[in-house]
Design a protein around this ligand. Structure first.
Ligand code: CTP
Ligand code: MG
Length: 245
């Protein structure tokens, strides 16, 4: 029997510029606990995550370790690693700690603190069923346009519409995203070269797998897995928590 385990990389190394607080977004309070603690609790509560690696901002490793590892609801081993300058670099730093026993690797954003345990299980189940890269996604309710800069004279706030994709086949994707470990390692190894060459980094891990030419799959997401970017998002998250209690 091969030992099987799921490692979750919880990205918390961002600064939270758009939230504009004087501390990193992952440490911002929501109903009495930092966002990163909410996210870690729900990963642990899924029952399918065997250990956690949390990426943290430079110099904050012990602060992050204290709040996450000492939380009584986070009953899985926790390691903390300093993140990098981009989300992709932070995930790569976490992924460097994955071992041969971690057959499944999840990547989850502390900025999505309320992603429910059942979503974590749905993603891991799909990976274990043989899908090497799995992302939660929801239908989009807005019509989405692809745009390009308007030609000269268009004015500063005007863009040209290039196409209107059929909304029925679009999904807004969330985290946790789940992967076969070896596939994610291969995707990040190739993505690191590309990010250096082109000066751009991926905002989503499944995108790196797609760039390899490997298939990625969508499972049904959850409203509660919403991402917190602005103060208004924090208020919405607080309402969602109230609704549940
Ligand atoms: N993240 C990370 N390392 C980075 C940048 C982001 O680990 N260098 C993490 C964030 O902590 C967050 C997730 O990636 O959990 C998604 O990023 P985002 O929502 O953009 O968070 P921030 O980068 O912190 O916010 P902002 O872009 O407003 O500064
Ligand atoms: Mg960011």
């Amino acid at each position: 029997m091969v030992d099987e385990g799921a490692l979750a990389i919880l990205t918390a190394a961002g600064s939270g510029t758009r939230l504009g607080r004087d501390l990193p977004k992952a440490l911002v309070d929501l109903a009495g606990f930092p966002l990163v603690v909410h996210a870690a609790r729900r990963l642990a509560a899924s029952g399918v995550v065997d250990s956690l690696v949390v990426t943290c901002p430079a110099g904050l490793d012990s602060a992050v370790r204290d709040v996450v590892a000492q939380d009584p609801h986070v009953d899985v081993p926790v390691r903390v690693v300093e993140g990098g300058g981009t989300r992709q670099a932070s995930v790569a730093a976490g992924l460097a700690l994955a071992g041969p026993d971690d057959d499944v690797v999840l990547v989850h954003d502390a900025a999505r603190p309320l992603a429910p345990p059942r979503l974590v299980r749905r993603v891991v189940d799909a990976v274990r069923a043989g899908h090497g890269a799995v992302v939660p996604g929801l239908p989009v309710t807005d019509t989405v346009k692809r745009v390009a800069p308007a030609s000269a004279g268009g004015g500063p706030d005007v863009e040209r519409v290039v196409e209107t994709p059929d909304r029925a086949v679009l999904r807004a994707v969330q985290t946790p995203q789940g992967f076969d470990r070896a596939l994610l390692q291969r995707a990040h190894a190739q993505g690191a070269g590309r990010a250096t060459a082109e000066g751009s980094a991926a905002t989503d891990d499944a995108g790196l797998v797609e760039a390899l030419g490997e298939p990625a799959y969508v499972v049904t997401g959850e409203e509660a897995a919403m991402k917190i970017t602005t103060e208004r998002d924090l208020q919405v998250a607080a309402l969602l928590l109230e609704e549940k209690s």
